[in-house]
Design a protein around this ligand. Structure first.
Ligand SMILES: Cc1cc2nc3c(=O)[nH]c(=O)nc-3n(C[C@H](O)[C@H](O)[C@H](O)COP(=O)(O)OP(=O)(O)OC[C@H]3O[C@@H](n4cnc5c(N)ncnc54)[C@H](O)[C@@H]3O)c2cc1C
Length: 479
């Protein structure tokens, strides 16, 4: 008998963008008989969560420290799936160092959620009794369904809920500006509430930070590339896409690269930042892909990362949150990643610190030297040794478009992953995930786009991972 049974070619999926959203989509489409190509314009994967090579020391330097939390279940799922979970470390506590140099540790006590941090909170030294009372009232109000007038910022909400200036500056701003990369007066109330519910109230471990043990370029680097290759994902780096292509019948044809090559596709997942969308969606498609208008309404918010290599130990913690300062969080890469002097991992007492200034609008007009000096001044106030230490090397990296700004009502402008064009899906931290611009949000968007593709292939599968379970008492106390 002849063996000329004709097998249909596998459906072709092109993913545009090798950030976490595109990578997450790829990770959930493998093993389903699809031909998957991932096109990335830069010479590396990881998108905004990435490193660059210091030309002098040849070392990887992160664009900025990235931290996750234990409540980020989809990012954890992605890391496990692609075999990089062991490159992250979960911390049992968050350490706060206040302006007076006093240490407060937030660690789960014996009580069940949402009271597991009550002991740490009561002992916290950077807030007085009246501030704590106000915060407790504020948290109780946040735990109830919100009745916030449209357009209200979280700053206005806090005023309306009788928060003391110290509670606002040292508690609410400290946690939320880092978590949401926005100032309180420009921040959406719903997103602020979500940080506290998911991270601090529903589950005993949700707040625990997850910190990479290696530079981001290694975290989302060789091991991940190998996993993709082993799972038959064709990764094309330095392959920028110019536009999505449709034919006269308005069917999806594929993508056109910047070098003019047409790559045919049955499905395209466009996983690029929101400010790239308009250029890539040609005019006839715009009637069906409303997201271009959504994307145009989004605004960006900056983050500044400052890397300092000192000739001696400065920071005695692995990482520490510094309420009420320019710098919000200090990471000791000598302790966490075993890196010390620039270009030489084991050179005696040298220490490598990475500092984060989220929502760094106030630094945008300053040059790198001025930013470095302001940060050094801030640190010297905490650790006077900074004044006598030699600064061996530094980097100041400001990402102007680090995240989309979570301004009030922002979720109305975040498009779904499924578009009005058959076969075309969007992904990216800025699409509708319910999450702020985070690695978790990016991974969720990729999973959601992959769910859409599988649904159209008659293989409907739930890919989004469940949240951490809500504790029994929390279920009763929280809506
Ligand atoms: C400084 C900084 C600090 C941050 N800190 C944290 C943190 O602590 N915790 C956290 O959870 N999140 C943090 N984030 C946010 C996090 O990095 C992002 O939410 C996440 O990485 C976004 O992933 P993405 O895939 O949606 O987008 P991106 O990472 O932007 O990926 C999009 C990819 O598309 C590529 N691309 C663009 N145009 C084209 C084209 N035409 N053709 C082909 N490819 C193209 C880009 O090169 C990029 O690789 C931080 C971000 C920054 C910038």
């Amino acid at each position: 008998m002849s063996s000329s049974v004709h097998r249909p070619p596998p459906p072709r999926v092109v993913i545009v963008g090798g950030g976490l959203a595109g990578l997450a989509a790829a990770s959930r489409l493998v093993g389903r008989g699809l031909q998957i190509r991932l096109l990335e314009s830069r010479p590396r994967l990881g998108g905004r969560a990435s490193s660059f090579v210091d030309p002098v020391t040849n070392e990887l330097v992160d664009n900025c420290q990235h931290v996750s939390m234990a409540c980020c279940t989809n990012l954890a799922d992605f890391c496990t799936r692609v075999g990089i979970a062991d490159l992250m470390r979960r911390e049992p506590e968050i350490v706060f160092l206040d302006r007076a140099g006093r240490v407060s540790r937030f660690r789960a006590g014996l009580l069940p959620a949402p009271l597991h941090l009550a002991g740490s909170f009561l002992k916290a030294r950077f807030l007085g009794p009246l501030d704590k009372l106000a915060v407790a009232r504020g948290l109780a109000a946040l735990a109830r369904p919100l009745a916030s007038p449209p357009g209200e910022s979280f700053g206005q909400w806090l005023e309306r809920h009788g928060q003391t200036p110290r509670a606002i500056e040292l508690f609410w701003a400290t946690i939320l500006v880092s978590a949401l990369n926005e100032e309180l007066d420009r921040m959406d109330v719903g997103h602020a509430r979500k940080v506290f519910l998911d991270g601090f109230l529903k589950n005993r471990i949700g707040f625990q930070p997850e910190i990479p043990l290696v530079p981001l370029g290694d975290l989302y680097g060789a091991r991940l590339e190998k996993w993709l290759a082993q799972n038959d994902v064709e990764v094309l780096l330095t392959t920028g896409v110019r536009s999505i292509e449709v034919d006269d019948e308005e069917g999806l044809v594929g993508v056109r690269t910047r070098s003019g090559r047409l790559m045919a596709a049955d499905f395209v997942i466009l996983a690029v930042p929101f400010d790239r969308l308009a250029d890539m969606i040609p005019e006839p498609l715009r009637e069906r892909v409303w997201a271009v208008e959504n994307a145009a309404a989004l605004k960006a918010s900056p983050i500044t990362g400052v890397h300092l290599w000192f000739d001696r130990p400065i920071c005695p913690f692995d990482h520490v949150v510094t309420p009420g300062r320019l710098v919000q969080w200090v990471f000791n890469h000598t302790a966490i990643q075993g890196r010390s002097a620039p270009g030489s991992p084991d050179s005696g007492r040298a220490q490598y610190l990475q500092l984060v200034v989220s929502a760094s609008y106030g630094l945008l007009g300053l040059d790198k030297v001025a930013i470095r000096d302001r940060v050094l001044e801030d640190l010297a106030d905490l650790w006077p040794e900074v004044r006598s230490a030699a600064l061996l090397r530094y980097w100041v990296v400001t990402e102007h478009g680090a995240t989309f700004a979570v301004r009030p009502g922002v979720d109305y402008d975040r498009p779904r992953q499924r578009t009005g064009q058959d076969g075309l899906f969007l992904a990216g931290d800025w699409t509708a995930t319910g999450w702020p611009a985070t690695m978790e949000g990016a991974v969720r968007s990729g999973y959601q786009a992959a769910e859409g593709v599988l649904q159209d292939l008659d293989q409907p599968t739930r890919l989004i991972r469940p949240d951490l379970p809500t504790g029994r008492l929390a279920r009763w106390l929280l809506p």
